[in-house]
Design a protein around this ligand. Structure first.
Ligand code: BG6
Ligand code: MG
Length: 215
């Protein structure tokens, strides 16, 4: 198969923002005396903000009104925005810039497929914006991963079939989204966690655009 486009998740694939999401949720949990653990935070990767809050409240056995949830969603995001306010290009994950350079030079189109509503801010702060032909983020979808909407919109927006796209994902929910969208998916991280992906690589160090032909 000759691929024409690469669709990248953001958090955990291009930049490591998981620590900031974790801190911001932990700060929010203080409102209802709940201590979020690192293991639980793993399960929030790739999951939308509102779904993450619902899961945390369920773990805490805390029932909140819709009005209270809206207040907490804003509070969590305010916490998160202040934590990422000094993000810079040094926080781009290893090997990412080289790989983006290579695929761009070789004519592949590049799209973002992220659940985050803060994706554009992060791309601006880290200087990654110029590589992207299209950005599909949490503001442009109505269904959260594992629904394939974010990746299908990416493929369609670039003008390609799902089978012409390769997705790069670090979260199980994102791997499932790519598979149900009919796309090839490369997991970034731990092969035991991302066992459904077509292939798993620990990171982009040493990955070349010619590897796309082998995936
Ligand atoms: C995903 C992250 O990329 O975006 C999740 O993995 C996060 O942890 C989700 O909850 C939504 O992000 P945001 O920035 O819109 O709160
Ligand atoms: Mg991710």
């Amino acid at each position: 198969m000759s691929y024409k486009a690469c669709l990248f998740d953001l958090d955990g694939v291009l930049v490591d923002t998981a620590i900031y999401h974790f801190k911001a949720w932990k700060m929010l949990g203080e409102n209802f005396n709940y201590q979020l653990t690192e293991e639980q935070n793993e399960q929030l990767k790739g999951v939308s903000r509102v779904e993450s809050l619902n899961r945390i409240l369920a773990w805490a056995s805390y029932s909140a009104t819709e009005e209270q949830k809206e207040i907490w969603l804003k509070e969590k995001n305010d916490n998160y925005l202040s934590l990422i306010s000094s993000m810079n290009p040094a926080e781009i994950l290893p090997g990412v810039v080289d790989f983006l350079d290579q695929i761009k030079e070789n004519g592949y189109k590049i799209a973002l497929g992220s659940a985050s509503k803060n994706a554009e801010i992060i791309l601006e702060k880290t200087g990654l914006m110029p590589w992207f032909d299209l950005i599909i983020d949490g503001n442009k979808v109505s269904k959260s991963k594992p629904d394939p909407e974010v990746f299908l919109k990416g493929a369609e927006g670039l003008g390609f079939l799902p089978s012409e796209c390769i997705v790069f994902e670090d979260a199980q929910a994102g791997v499932e989204a790519a598979i149900s969208g009919g796309m090839k998916v490369i997991g970034i991280g731990d092969a035991s966690v991302l066992s459904d992906a077509d292939k798993v690589i620990p990171n982009f160090v040493g990955i070349k655009s010619t590897d796309l032909l082998l995936f």
